[in-house]
Every structure is written in structure tokens, then in C-alpha cells.
Design a protein around this ligand. Structure first.
Ligand SMILES: *Cc1c(COP(=O)(O)O)cnc(C)c1O
Length: 379
């Protein structure tokens, strides 16, 4: 774990920039070169080596926000996740995943890992002992995601990290939904933290990137594979990510507050069924969420409307329908029609994804305007 005393607000603004020695501007210049001199300097400087100035500036800032030693920036969340998995495993190895994974990760695991001779087990993460029960001599990875999509289940990060350590297994967490503002799994002993930076890290619904943060030694191992797989991020997008990260704490705090207010309101509305939000005392793992999400409970919530969810969503005026999440603008989606469309209705029902479930990515707007929009659409 890294030690620096700056607060997250300050790190989000200042950490990681190489500065502008030539013109003394106060922001990081964009360095688009893909060709660099090799005499008397880092002779491997090249975008696919993840070591150009803009790539390193953002990696340093994200690592600082996650309390990790080092980081790598990828061209997508999936590039970060799959490169980390493949870098840590080889043919004959075994990995354990929690069973409610982000859809893209789920399909990557079931379609890609077996083709390379890697076996896997999916377990119910509501009881962390299930991870220990699934361990085999050849288990290399335990992988979790909390809060989960779309029903915001909470996995016990400390317990999973301890099980992994006890058995010398690498632990990985997808920290996308929480964001580095609310939850820092490295503090609890997790080895590798990944993000879809397309969501809260970018935060403006206008870029695609991914992140992995870990110790210097583990990042070096991931890097060895990353330069082969080639999922690096270009200078212009890196620069936009750096710019976005300067406001991540402000954005996510506002999203936390808005989401909590809306979840409480929906909870007491008779036109709404189940509300899924880890910040509600009624959430089955609220105490656990409180202990591992010191920054807040996040901007994601889901709820069932007692009428037709699609009609409800079509009546919203301010809140837009959209598949992705984590932007400054509030968006809703139907998991049954999007992320979970490949499952049968009964499979969906078994994990709480009913046809009338609405997943809500709460933005930074004035919560009064959001509530007004929800009220008029429910009416
Ligand atoms: C979006 C998302 C991903 C995948 O990220 P991309 O940037 O789309 O590749 C992974 N995990 C979670 C939780 C996500 O929301």
C-alpha cells in the first residue's frame, strides 16, 4: 500500500502530471508522439509500451486515488480485465469468479478462458466461504465485483482478500461501480483493482478506457503481457481522462448524495416495488457496505416499478435511456432488455432481474429536478 498524506480531493487535482517545463503552463501538455529518440533516454518509449507522458500521468493519478503503488491505463475496461487475467494465468490453471458478474466479463470468461485451457468456477458471493470451498491446488485467481450489477449486491472484500492471501492466490476486484472515491480495495488486501474507466473515471459519457492498479511487482507482470496484447490508450484520450479525474471526487460525492435521496424516496413510494441500494438500512448487506465503502454508497441503484417499466422510462423527460453508466447526466436502462437479454425470463427472475426492473445511474443534476421527473413519469 502506498503512503502519502494528501487527501483524495488534492490528489485528484495534482498527482501525476509531468508539468510543462518549457512554457510553464499549469496543465499537462498533450504528447501525441509515437516515435521517440532512443539515445540517452528511456529507449523503449512507445505508446504500446504504456510509457508515454500522458499514459504515465493518468496511471499515476489513478494509482494514487486507489492507494496502489502503480497502475496501467488500457483502451477499455475489458482490455484491463482480460489482460490482468491472462497475465496471471496459464494453461491448466483455475480461477474462481463471483456468479453475478458484469455481462461483458461473464461472456469473456465462459467463452475465452476454456479455449486456453483455463478452468473456472462461479460461486455465490453472498457467503465468502463459498470462495474457499471452490479452491483447488491449481487455483490462481479469485475475482469479485462489488457492488454488483444490476442488483447492487455487496461482496465482503476483506474476507475474500484474506482467503486469497491464506492460499497464495491473486485477488482481483472490478471496482467500477464504487469508483475510487467510495471504495479502495487495496486497503483491505486486494491485489489487483480494475476499472472500466468508461464509467465514473471518465464520467462524461464521452470516452472509453480501462485501468489496473496493483503493486509495482504485479503491474510489471501485467505489463509484460499488456505490451503483447496491445490494449494501450492514445495520448488524446489519456489527456481527457486526466482532465476528468480532476473532478471525480466532486462528481461522485454529488452522485452519492443524489442516489441516497432518491433511493429513500422510492423506498416509501407505493408505486415502486423493491429498491436495491447499499446505502439503505434495509439492504441485506448495508453494514458491510458501510464498513468497506467509506466514501459513500455510489451513484447506482435499481428499483422495480409496479406498472410497465418501459412506459415509465419513456415518460422520463430529463433522465435519458442509455446503456452505459457513471456519467454526469442521469440515465436509466432495462437490464432485462440489455445486459441480461441473453438469459431466459426464469433465469433472470432467479437473480432478481424482472421485466420491471429499472437500473438508474444517478447524475450530478439538482436532485429536486430528478425527483420531479421521476414523480411525473410514475404518475
Ligand atoms: C462497463 C463495465 C466493464 C467493461 O468496461 P468497458 O470499458 O466497456 O470495456 C466492466 N465492468 C463493469 C462493472 C462495467 O460496468
Amino acid at each position: 500500500m502506498r503512503k502519502d498524506n494528501l487527501s483524495k480531493l488534492t490528489k485528484s487535482v495534482h498527482t501525476g502530471s509531468p508539468g510543462d517545463a518549457q512554457f510553464k503552463g499549469i496543465v499537462t501538455p498533450i504528447f501525441p508522439s509515437s516515435a521517440y529518440d532512443y539515445e540517452g533516454v528511456d529507449s523503449t518509449r512507445y505508446p504500446r509500451y504504456f510509457n508515454t507522458p500522458n499514459q504515465k500521468a493518468v496511471a499515476e493519478k489513478v494509482a494514487a486515488l486507489e492507494n496502489g503503488e502503480d497502475g496501467l491505463l488500457f483502451s477499455s475496461g475489458m482490455a484491463a480485465i482480460l489482460t490482468s487475467l491472462f497475465a496471471m494465468m496459464k494453461k491448466g490453471d483455475h480461477a474462481i469468479f463471483q456468479n453475478d458478474l458484469y455481462g461483458g466479463t461473464f461472456h469473456a470468461v465462459i467463452n475465452e478462458l476454456p479455449r486456453y485451457g483455463i478452468d473456472y468456477t462461479m460461486v455465490d458471493a453472498s457467503d465468502s466461504r463459498n470462495f474457499e470451498k471452490a479452491i483447488r491446488p491449481e487455483t490462481r485467481i479469485i475475482y469479485i465485483e462489488t457492488p454488483s450489477n444490476p442488483t447492487l449486491k455487496i461482496t465482503d472484500i476483506r474476507a475474500v482478500a484474506a482467503i486469497a492471501k491464506k492460499h497464495s492466490i491473486i485477488s482481483i476486484i472490478d471496482n467500477t461501480f464504487a469508483s475510487p472515491v467510495n471504495q479502495n480495495p487495496i486497503d483491505f488486501g486486494i491485489d489487483i483493482v480494475t476499472h472500466s474507466g468508461t464509467k465514473y473515471i471518465g464520467g462524461h459519457s464521452d470516452l472509453c478506457c480501462g485501468v489496473a492498479v496493483a503493486t509495482k511487482a504485479i503491474i510489471q507482470e501485467i505489463w509484460q503481457s499488456a505490451i503483447h496484447f496491445g490494449g494501450s490508450l492514445d495520448a488524446h484520450t489519456c489527456w481527457l481522462v486526466e482532465r476528468s479525474l480532476k473532478t471525480i471526487v466532486l462528481r461522485v460525492r454529488q452522485q452519492n448524495q443524489n442516489a441516497l435521496t432518491i433511493a429513500q424516496l422510492l423506498q416509501s413510494d407505493s408505486r415502486v416495488g423493491h429498491v436495491y441500494y447499499p446505502g439503505l438500512p434495509e439492504h441485506p448487506h448495508h453494514a458491510l457496505a458501510k464498513s468497506q465503502m467509506p466514501g459513500g454508497y455510489g451513484g447506482m441503484l435499481s428499483f422495480e416499478v409496479n406498472s410497465d417499466a418501459h412506459l415509465f422510462m419513456s415518460k422520463l423527460k430529463l433522465i435519458r435511456r442509455a446503456i452505459s453508466l457513471g456519467g454526469v447526466e442521469s440515465t436509466v436502462t432495462s437490464p432485462a432488455k440489455t445486459s441480461h437479454v441473453k438469459m431466459t425470463p426464469s433465469e433472470r427472475a432467479s437473480i432478481g432481474v424482472t421485466d420491471n426492473l429499472v437500473r438508474f445511474s444517478v447524475g450530478i443534476e439538482d436532485v429536486k429536478d430528478l425527483i420531479h421527473d421521476i414523480q411525473q413519469a410514475l404518475a
